[in-house]
Design a protein around this ligand. Structure first.
Ligand SMILES: [Zn+2]
Ligand SMILES: [Zn+2]
Length: 339
Protein backbone atom coordinates (compact mmCIF):
# COMPACT_ATOMS: atom_id res chain seq x y z
CA UNK A 1 0.00 0.00 0.00
CA UNK A 2 1.37 3.38 -0.97
CA UNK A 3 0.93 6.31 1.35
CA UNK A 4 0.53 10.05 0.95
CA UNK A 5 2.45 11.79 3.73
CA UNK A 6 2.58 15.49 4.52
CA UNK A 7 5.77 17.12 5.74
CA UNK A 8 4.52 19.54 8.42
CA UNK A 9 7.62 21.74 8.12
CA UNK A 10 7.37 22.38 4.38
CA UNK A 11 3.65 21.74 3.95
CA UNK A 12 4.52 19.51 0.99
CA UNK A 13 2.85 16.16 0.35
CA UNK A 14 4.91 13.22 -0.87
CA UNK A 15 3.97 9.77 -2.10
CA UNK A 16 5.79 7.01 -0.28
CA UNK A 17 5.68 4.20 -2.81
CA UNK A 18 5.90 1.34 -0.34
CA UNK A 19 5.24 -1.28 -2.99
CA UNK A 20 8.45 -0.47 -4.73
CA UNK A 21 10.44 -0.16 -1.50
CA UNK A 22 13.81 -0.07 -3.20
CA UNK A 23 16.97 -1.18 -1.36
CA UNK A 24 20.33 0.61 -1.32
CA UNK A 25 21.70 -1.77 -3.99
CA UNK A 26 18.89 -0.71 -6.35
CA UNK A 27 20.58 2.67 -6.69
CA UNK A 28 23.84 2.52 -8.54
CA UNK A 29 25.66 5.85 -8.27
CA UNK A 30 27.46 6.96 -11.43
CA UNK A 31 31.15 6.23 -11.22
CA UNK A 32 33.03 9.49 -11.45
CA UNK A 33 36.76 9.49 -12.15
CA UNK A 34 38.59 12.13 -10.13
CA UNK A 35 40.48 14.25 -12.60
CA UNK A 36 44.08 14.83 -11.55
CA UNK A 37 45.06 18.17 -9.97
CA UNK A 38 46.09 20.81 -9.61
CA UNK A 39 42.87 22.66 -10.35
CA UNK A 40 41.88 26.30 -9.75
CA UNK A 41 40.93 25.55 -6.12
CA UNK A 42 44.20 23.79 -5.23
CA UNK A 43 46.87 25.19 -2.94
CA UNK A 44 49.40 27.02 -5.12
CA UNK A 45 46.75 28.11 -7.64
CA UNK A 46 45.47 31.09 -5.62
CA UNK A 47 46.23 33.58 -8.39
CA UNK A 48 43.70 31.88 -10.69
CA UNK A 49 40.72 32.81 -8.48
CA UNK A 50 39.34 36.25 -7.55
CA UNK A 51 40.96 37.71 -4.39
CA UNK A 52 39.96 35.87 -1.22
CA UNK A 53 37.43 37.44 1.15
CA UNK A 54 38.15 35.02 4.02
CA UNK A 55 40.67 32.36 4.94
CA UNK A 56 41.36 30.19 7.97
CA UNK A 57 44.34 28.18 9.16
CA UNK A 58 47.02 30.52 7.84
CA UNK A 59 50.08 30.60 10.02
CA UNK A 60 51.26 34.04 9.07
CA UNK A 61 51.14 33.47 5.31
CA UNK A 62 49.79 36.39 3.29
CA UNK A 63 46.37 36.34 1.58
CA UNK A 64 46.14 34.67 -1.84
CA UNK A 65 49.19 32.48 -1.23
CA UNK A 66 49.37 28.86 0.04
CA UNK A 67 49.14 28.07 3.77
CA UNK A 68 45.35 28.16 4.23
CA UNK A 69 43.02 25.38 5.38
CA UNK A 70 39.74 26.97 4.25
CA UNK A 71 39.51 29.75 1.69
CA UNK A 72 36.52 31.82 0.50
CA UNK A 73 36.59 33.64 -2.84
CA UNK A 74 33.93 35.38 -4.94
CA UNK A 75 32.64 33.13 -7.71
CA UNK A 76 34.56 33.83 -10.91
CA UNK A 77 31.30 33.68 -12.89
CA UNK A 78 28.88 35.06 -10.30
CA UNK A 79 25.13 34.76 -10.73
CA UNK A 80 24.84 38.03 -8.75
CA UNK A 81 27.17 40.90 -7.83
CA UNK A 82 27.40 43.13 -4.77
CA UNK A 83 28.13 46.16 -7.01
CA UNK A 84 24.71 45.87 -8.67
CA UNK A 85 21.70 47.90 -7.56
CA UNK A 86 18.36 46.90 -6.08
CA UNK A 87 15.59 49.08 -7.34
CA UNK A 88 12.46 47.37 -8.42
CA UNK A 89 11.02 48.55 -11.71
CA UNK A 90 7.94 47.35 -13.50
CA UNK A 91 7.04 47.22 -17.16
CA UNK A 92 3.34 46.43 -17.06
CA UNK A 93 3.00 43.25 -15.01
CA UNK A 94 6.70 42.36 -15.29
CA UNK A 95 9.00 43.34 -12.42
CA UNK A 96 12.76 43.40 -12.43
CA UNK A 97 15.78 44.71 -10.58
CA UNK A 98 19.54 44.74 -11.02
CA UNK A 99 21.39 41.50 -10.19
CA UNK A 100 22.37 42.56 -6.68
CA UNK A 101 23.71 39.87 -4.39
CA UNK A 102 26.79 37.91 -3.41
CA UNK A 103 28.01 34.64 -4.87
CA UNK A 104 31.00 33.07 -3.14
CA UNK A 105 32.83 29.76 -3.12
CA UNK A 106 33.99 28.14 0.11
CA UNK A 107 37.01 25.96 -0.72
CA UNK A 108 36.90 23.33 2.00
CA UNK A 109 40.45 21.99 1.80
CA UNK A 110 43.69 22.77 -0.05
CA UNK A 111 43.96 19.02 -0.88
CA UNK A 112 42.61 18.10 -4.31
CA UNK A 113 42.04 14.46 -3.36
CA UNK A 114 39.76 14.84 -0.36
CA UNK A 115 35.99 15.09 0.03
CA UNK A 116 34.40 17.01 2.89
CA UNK A 117 33.60 13.70 4.64
CA UNK A 118 37.30 12.75 4.58
CA UNK A 119 38.37 15.82 6.57
CA UNK A 120 39.02 15.68 10.31
CA UNK A 121 36.20 16.93 12.54
CA UNK A 122 38.26 20.04 13.42
CA UNK A 123 38.71 20.77 9.71
CA UNK A 124 34.98 20.39 9.02
CA UNK A 125 34.40 22.75 11.92
CA UNK A 126 36.63 25.31 10.17
CA UNK A 127 34.46 25.03 7.06
CA UNK A 128 31.30 25.57 9.14
CA UNK A 129 32.93 28.56 10.84
CA UNK A 130 33.65 30.01 7.40
CA UNK A 131 29.94 29.64 6.52
CA UNK A 132 29.02 31.49 9.69
CA UNK A 133 31.58 34.28 9.27
CA UNK A 134 30.57 34.99 5.69
CA UNK A 135 26.89 34.92 6.58
CA UNK A 136 27.52 37.39 9.44
CA UNK A 137 29.65 39.66 7.30
CA UNK A 138 27.05 39.92 4.52
CA UNK A 139 24.33 40.62 7.07
CA UNK A 140 25.88 44.09 7.46
CA UNK A 141 24.69 44.90 3.93
CA UNK A 142 21.15 46.05 4.67
CA UNK A 143 20.08 45.47 1.08
CA UNK A 144 20.46 41.69 1.46
CA UNK A 145 17.52 39.72 2.85
CA UNK A 146 18.57 36.10 2.64
CA UNK A 147 21.73 34.02 2.57
CA UNK A 148 21.74 30.40 1.44
CA UNK A 149 24.72 28.09 1.80
CA UNK A 150 24.71 24.92 -0.20
CA UNK A 151 26.96 22.18 -1.48
CA UNK A 152 26.81 20.22 -4.72
CA UNK A 153 29.05 17.15 -4.71
CA UNK A 154 29.37 15.13 -7.91
CA UNK A 155 28.51 16.05 -11.48
CA UNK A 156 24.98 14.62 -11.18
CA UNK A 157 24.40 16.95 -8.23
CA UNK A 158 25.46 19.96 -10.30
CA UNK A 159 29.14 20.31 -9.36
CA UNK A 160 31.30 21.50 -12.24
CA UNK A 161 34.54 21.42 -10.23
CA UNK A 162 35.48 18.27 -8.30
CA UNK A 163 37.72 19.92 -5.70
CA UNK A 164 35.74 19.98 -2.41
CA UNK A 165 33.80 23.22 -2.13
CA UNK A 166 30.47 24.71 -1.16
CA UNK A 167 28.78 27.94 -2.22
CA UNK A 168 27.03 30.92 -0.73
CA UNK A 169 24.45 33.09 -2.47
CA UNK A 170 22.96 36.13 -0.75
CA UNK A 171 19.93 37.78 -2.33
CA UNK A 172 17.87 40.97 -1.82
CA UNK A 173 14.55 39.04 -1.59
CA UNK A 174 13.34 36.13 0.53
CA UNK A 175 13.08 33.04 -1.74
CA UNK A 176 9.62 31.51 -2.20
CA UNK A 177 10.53 28.15 -0.68
CA UNK A 178 11.80 29.90 2.43
CA UNK A 179 8.65 32.01 2.60
CA UNK A 180 6.56 28.83 2.46
CA UNK A 181 8.54 27.24 5.28
CA UNK A 182 8.25 30.42 7.34
CA UNK A 183 4.52 30.52 6.68
CA UNK A 184 4.00 26.91 7.89
CA UNK A 185 6.17 27.62 10.93
CA UNK A 186 4.33 30.85 11.81
CA UNK A 187 0.92 29.19 11.42
CA UNK A 188 1.96 26.29 13.65
CA UNK A 189 3.31 28.70 16.24
CA UNK A 190 0.13 30.76 16.19
CA UNK A 191 -2.05 27.68 16.75
CA UNK A 192 0.13 25.73 19.17
CA UNK A 193 2.39 28.27 20.84
CA UNK A 194 5.53 26.29 20.02
CA UNK A 195 8.06 25.88 17.24
CA UNK A 196 7.10 23.24 14.68
CA UNK A 197 10.60 21.74 14.55
CA UNK A 198 11.03 21.68 18.35
CA UNK A 199 7.76 19.75 18.42
CA UNK A 200 8.82 17.31 15.69
CA UNK A 201 12.11 16.72 17.55
CA UNK A 202 10.13 15.73 20.65
CA UNK A 203 7.88 13.40 18.67
CA UNK A 204 10.74 11.78 16.80
CA UNK A 205 12.81 11.29 19.94
CA UNK A 206 9.94 9.80 21.92
CA UNK A 207 8.86 7.48 19.10
CA UNK A 208 12.46 6.60 18.26
CA UNK A 209 11.41 6.38 14.62
CA UNK A 210 13.59 7.55 11.73
CA UNK A 211 16.50 8.61 13.93
CA UNK A 212 19.86 8.13 12.23
CA UNK A 213 22.17 9.60 14.85
CA UNK A 214 22.23 11.84 17.89
CA UNK A 215 24.97 13.65 19.76
CA UNK A 216 25.12 16.32 22.47
CA UNK A 217 23.50 19.12 20.50
CA UNK A 218 22.01 17.55 17.33
CA UNK A 219 19.61 14.98 16.00
CA UNK A 220 19.95 13.53 12.49
CA UNK A 221 16.73 12.07 11.15
CA UNK A 222 14.98 11.02 8.01
CA UNK A 223 11.88 13.26 7.94
CA UNK A 224 8.39 11.72 8.12
CA UNK A 225 7.69 12.75 4.51
CA UNK A 226 11.02 13.12 2.68
CA UNK A 227 11.03 14.02 -1.00
CA UNK A 228 13.94 11.76 -1.82
CA UNK A 229 15.31 8.38 -0.67
CA UNK A 230 17.73 8.82 2.27
CA UNK A 231 17.03 12.57 2.54
CA UNK A 232 18.46 13.40 5.97
CA UNK A 233 17.98 16.46 8.17
CA UNK A 234 20.46 17.52 10.83
CA UNK A 235 18.61 19.60 13.40
CA UNK A 236 19.96 21.37 16.52
CA UNK A 237 18.23 20.12 19.68
CA UNK A 238 17.87 23.56 21.18
CA UNK A 239 15.79 26.22 19.52
CA UNK A 240 17.56 28.76 17.30
CA UNK A 241 16.43 30.39 14.06
CA UNK A 242 19.74 31.94 13.03
CA UNK A 243 22.90 30.04 12.08
CA UNK A 244 24.81 33.27 12.74
CA UNK A 245 24.08 32.83 16.46
CA UNK A 246 25.41 29.26 16.82
CA UNK A 247 28.15 29.08 19.49
CA UNK A 248 31.51 27.28 19.42
CA UNK A 249 30.50 24.12 21.29
CA UNK A 250 27.44 23.67 19.12
CA UNK A 251 29.56 24.15 16.00
CA UNK A 252 31.96 21.40 17.10
CA UNK A 253 29.01 19.11 17.70
CA UNK A 254 27.58 20.01 14.26
CA UNK A 255 30.88 19.14 12.57
CA UNK A 256 30.92 15.83 14.41
CA UNK A 257 27.44 14.72 13.33
CA UNK A 258 27.85 16.08 9.77
CA UNK A 259 30.99 13.99 9.24
CA UNK A 260 29.27 10.91 10.61
CA UNK A 261 26.19 11.31 8.39
CA UNK A 262 28.20 12.04 5.23
CA UNK A 263 30.31 8.93 5.87
CA UNK A 264 27.15 6.89 6.56
CA UNK A 265 25.61 8.00 3.24
CA UNK A 266 28.88 7.29 1.44
CA UNK A 267 29.09 3.77 2.88
CA UNK A 268 25.40 2.89 2.54
CA UNK A 269 24.94 4.12 -1.02
CA UNK A 270 28.39 3.81 -2.60
CA UNK A 271 29.46 7.45 -2.56
CA UNK A 272 26.47 9.00 -4.33
CA UNK A 273 26.38 12.58 -5.58
CA UNK A 274 24.52 14.78 -3.10
CA UNK A 275 23.34 18.29 -2.34
CA UNK A 276 22.95 19.91 1.03
CA UNK A 277 21.38 23.21 1.94
CA UNK A 278 21.47 25.19 5.16
CA UNK A 279 17.94 26.40 5.99
CA UNK A 280 18.03 29.53 8.14
CA UNK A 281 15.69 32.43 8.95
CA UNK A 282 15.99 35.53 6.71
CA UNK A 283 18.25 38.34 7.83
CA UNK A 284 16.36 40.42 10.38
CA UNK A 285 15.11 43.70 8.89
CA UNK A 286 17.13 46.61 10.23
CA UNK A 287 20.04 44.37 11.33
CA UNK A 288 20.45 43.24 14.91
CA UNK A 289 20.09 39.71 16.16
CA UNK A 290 16.56 39.21 17.49
CA UNK A 291 15.00 36.03 18.75
CA UNK A 292 12.61 34.27 16.41
CA UNK A 293 10.32 31.75 18.10
CA UNK A 294 8.70 30.08 15.12
CA UNK A 295 11.67 29.11 12.92
CA UNK A 296 14.44 26.58 13.59
CA UNK A 297 17.58 26.34 11.43
CA UNK A 298 18.67 22.96 10.07
CA UNK A 299 20.68 21.27 7.32
CA UNK A 300 18.95 19.19 4.63
CA UNK A 301 21.09 16.57 2.88
CA UNK A 302 19.75 15.10 -0.37
CA UNK A 303 21.62 12.14 -1.89
CA UNK A 304 20.99 12.16 -5.65
CA UNK A 305 19.79 8.63 -6.36
CA UNK A 306 16.56 9.30 -8.27
CA UNK A 307 15.64 11.79 -10.99
CA UNK A 308 13.23 14.69 -10.77
CA UNK A 309 10.89 14.50 -13.78
CA UNK A 310 7.55 15.59 -15.23
CA UNK A 311 5.36 14.56 -12.33
CA UNK A 312 7.49 16.45 -9.80
CA UNK A 313 7.87 19.55 -12.03
CA UNK A 314 4.14 19.56 -12.72
CA UNK A 315 2.89 19.11 -9.17
CA UNK A 316 5.70 19.70 -6.65
CA UNK A 317 4.73 16.24 -5.38
CA UNK A 318 7.54 13.73 -5.05
CA UNK A 319 7.43 9.95 -5.24
CA UNK A 320 9.80 8.39 -2.75
CA UNK A 321 10.41 4.69 -3.44
CA UNK A 322 12.08 4.01 -0.07
CA UNK A 323 10.11 3.81 3.18
CA UNK A 324 11.59 6.55 5.42
CA UNK A 325 11.74 4.30 8.49
CA UNK A 326 13.78 1.74 6.53
CA UNK A 327 16.02 4.44 5.04
CA UNK A 328 16.82 5.58 8.58
CA UNK A 329 17.72 2.03 9.62
CA UNK A 330 19.95 1.57 6.56
CA UNK A 331 21.88 4.77 7.27
CA UNK A 332 22.10 4.04 10.98
CA UNK A 333 23.58 0.60 10.25
CA UNK A 334 26.17 2.18 7.96
CA UNK A 335 27.43 4.81 10.41
CA UNK A 336 31.14 4.67 11.22
CA UNK A 337 31.84 2.96 14.53
CA UNK A 338 32.75 5.29 17.41
CA UNK A 339 36.37 5.17 18.44
ZN1 LIG B 1 42.13 21.01 -6.82
ZN1 LIG C 1 12.49 25.23 17.49
Amino acid sequence: MSELRKNPVTGRWVIVATERNLKPYDFEPPFEVRRPGPCVFCSGMESTTPQEVYSAGRNGSTPNTPGWKVRVVPNKFPALRIEEYYSLSANGMYQKTGGLGAHEVIIETPDHQLDLADLKTEEIEMVLNAYQERMRDLQADQRLRYCIIFKNQGAQAGASIQHAHSQLIAVPVVPKLVQEELHEADEFYRKNGECIICRSLQEDISSGKRIVSRNQFFLATIPFAPRFPYETWIVPLSHEAFFTKVDKNTMRSFADILKKILLGIKLALGNPPFNYMLHVAPYPIGGGSPHRESYHWHLEILPVVTKVAGFEWGTDFYINPVIPEEAARTLWESLPVED
